[in-house]
Write a protein that binds this ligand. Structure first.
Ligand code: PAZ
Length: 325
């Protein structure tokens, strides 16, 4: 890509860093299976939806990526993300008629099961005799809803779940998804809520075996993860509507950083959130607006994701319309 002057050189450097990241990453074990599922999902949902318009497809990323410290990994760097945002948002996207590719960290919150206890099998079920299991009355409504809504989404072909653990798996899968959504044009959306590591240990320089504590203090160099958002936006899926997230713990710098990310990565919208109140309030930042979105239990708004997804669906509709001749 030639952007002229310094910009072109920066882009070339970024391309080289990204190439080197992918070249040195361990090959994705399930890549054949993932690409088959993706191809089938995108093909099915590219056919017109019930109301005659093309189905919209959103890729929701969710949870945090790990950074392995050893190839035969015993230790890794992780982050706080629970995947609640991604799981809740997926539910609201499905309700809005979107087909969702849910790219999630293994072991984090799943769509439609958020209201179940942590160990649902142990808490929600009981034996009535030697061989019959039934749902305990106290949990029957939550279990019924979870199973019914999840099954409906899967049977209608509206939910594809793909899991990752490491930063290598996440970025390889994100690239595969982006390339497969190219054909959907502006009907595709990226909703990038995953907490992605900024630093990593390149596979080539990673210790093979468990690092020994007897060797004294650990002195380890971490490389910067190349910023893939711009490449996703400009090269992988240039027509998709792209929404990324910015998380900060210091509210005084949050909106500034969100503005900067909007410009730097050419996002259509950046959702700014502060760690401690992320379930209560977010700010949707565009090139000319800052829209506060709140959860308000007393008004029946249980999740901040409910009004947030409504806003995004509306903006995505206008975006699609802007391509009409
Ligand atoms: O996963 P979760 O519900 O616990 O938290 C959601 C979140 C804070 C990870 C997400 O809203 C977010 O901001 N993701 C991007 C984080 C970042 O700036 O890297």
């Amino acid at each position: 890509m030639d952007l002229g002057n310094g910009l072109g050189a920066t882009q070339n450097m970024l391309d080289a860093e990204i190439q080197s990241f992918f070249d040195s990453a361990p090959p994705l074990r399930s890549s054949g299976d993932v690409s088959e599922k993706l191809e089938e999902f995108v093909k099915r949902n590219s056919i017109a939806s019930g109301n005659g318009g093309a189905r919209r497809i959103v890729c929701v990323t969710s949870g945090g990526t790990t950074v392995p410290l050893e190839k035969r990994c015993v230790r890794y760097i992780d982050n706080f993300s629970s995947g609640h945002r991604g799981a809740a948002s997926t539910e609201y996207f499905v309700k809005a008629g979107y087909a969702v590719i849910f790219l999630y960290r293994k072991g984090t919150y799943q769509p439609f099961c958020r209201s179940l206890p942590d160990d649902p099998l142990l808490e929600c079920f009981e034996f009535t005799d030697e061989s019959t299991v039934q749902v305990r009355h106290s949990h029957s409504e939550a279990v019924r809803r979870a199973i019914t809504e999840h099954r409906a989404a899967v049977e209608e072909g509206l939910l594809l779940k793909l899991s990752f653990t490491t930063i290598f798996e996440y970025l390889q899968m994100l690239q595969m998804i982006s390339l497969s959504l190219r054909s959907v044009g502006p009907h595709a959306m990226f909703y990038l809520a995953a907490a992605v590591s900024d630093f990593y240990v390149p596979w080539k320089s990673m210790a093979e075996h468990k690092i020994q504590s007897s060797s004294g203090p650990l002195d380890m160099q971490l490389n910067q993860v190349p910023k893939m958002l711009l490449v996703l936006r400009k090269d992988w899926t240039p027509m998709a509507f792209c929404v990324s997230f910015k998380l900060e713990t210091d509210k005084h710098i949050l909106l500034e950083k969100a503005d900067a990310a909007l410009k730097k990565y050419k996002m259509h919208m950046v959702i700014a959130n502060e760690l401690s109140i992320r379930k209560e309030e977010v700010v949707a930042v565009t090139s000319n607006e800052r829209i506060s979105v709140h959860r308000n239990k007393s008004l029946g708004v249980d999740d901040v994701e409910d009004p947030l997804i409504k806003l995004l669906v509306e903006r995505h509709s206008s975006y699609i319309k802007s391509f009409d001749p």
